[in-house]
Structures are given as structure tokens and as C-alpha cells.
Design a protein around this ligand. Sequence first.
Ligand code: 3PG
Length: 213
Amino acid sequence: MHEALFEQIHTIGLVPVVKIDDAGKAEGLAGALIAGGLPCAEVTFRTAAAEEAIKRICKAYPEMLVGAGTVTNLEYAKKAVDAGAKFLVSPGFNPSVVDWALEQGVPIVPGVCTPSDIEAGISRGLTTLKFFPAEVSGGVDMLRNFAGPFPNLSFMPTGGISTANLASYARQPNVLAVGGSWMVKADLIEAEDWQAITALSREAVRTLQGLEF
Ligand code: 3PG
């Protein structure tokens, strides 16, 4: 399902998880990420600005892979898709959101952190799931353990990932891409410090490019 989109996310390797308070800063933020080699973002519905931010990014940078995050209910899912989100991400497995996305043909990456959650995803034919919150839920060791019973799945581990452990996650064969917010911290967006966001993105991209498998 949605192989082309997931292949693109895999090629980028890292999905910035954005919390933005002012949609007026969305274009600047997106430009900074693109300049840093990360033409991708999960804009979370943790702020009222998420919907407008997604709209603005889609308009300014139609090629950017903009998804919506923290899609914890149907209202957010519908708003996100109307705004132009190319994929939906949620912290947990919400059956009504997942089923709606499947009916609409919208790519969805629900959050899981147990084998039971994973089996809920498998029962709906999903093959890519977000592993959240990754670091406190067993991290890389947990992903290795998931690989045994669930060999055909890939994960987007998110939560507690930073420059220090990015490589160890990205090296796991069952990781599609890593997610994280360290390059798009709220204070950097607030200060419109696009140079810092580009520099942190570039540093992460260099780490990913330097990986030995
Ligand atoms: C998420 O929603 O995916 C997380 O809040 C991002 O986690 P991080 O801030 O630890 O990177």
C-alpha cells in the first residue's frame, strides 16, 4: 500500500516532527528543512496552527512530503487531508481513524508499542507502523525483537531520538525512517532561526549518509 510514498520517506530517512504555533512561520520552516536535505515533515495537531501550516507548506512547496501528526481523532484526520496532508501519523492505534484513512485511500502510520498493537495493524493490512514512544519502550532492542515475529513490517521509531542515537535506529533493517523533533524545536521555530534548523538537518542527513550497514 502506498509504496511510492513510503519509498520516498525511506530515501529521506528522517521525518521531522513539528509543533508549530504560528502558521505564518510554516513556509520559512519548510524552506529551512528542504535546504538541510529533509523535504519532509510531520506537522502535529498539537496546536491550532497545524491545519493552516500544512496548507501553506503544500502551496509553497508542493513537492515536500508533508504529513499530519498527532491525528488522534477523525476531526483532525479530515482537517489534515483537506489541508493537503500526504499522510497521517498518530501516536497510538485508533481504529476509527485507521479505518477512515483506509477507506479514503490516505496513507496512515499509526503508533504502536506492543505486539498486540502491531497485530491490530496487520489485521488491517498495514505494513508500516510508527514505533512510539520508541526510546522508553525498549528502543533498538525492541525493534530487533519485533523483527522475529513480524518480519514483513517496517517501523518509524519516534520519541527520544536525537543525534546521539539516530544512527543506531536508522541501521535497523526494519526501520523505514526515523522520526524526531530535535532539528525543529519550538524555540528555533519561534525565533525563526532557519539557519540552525538547516544546520541540524544537514548534520542528521550526513549521519544517515555515513551509515554502514
Ligand atoms: C512524536 O510525536 O513523534 C514525538 O513527540 C517526537 O518525539 P521527540 O520529541 O522525542 O523527538
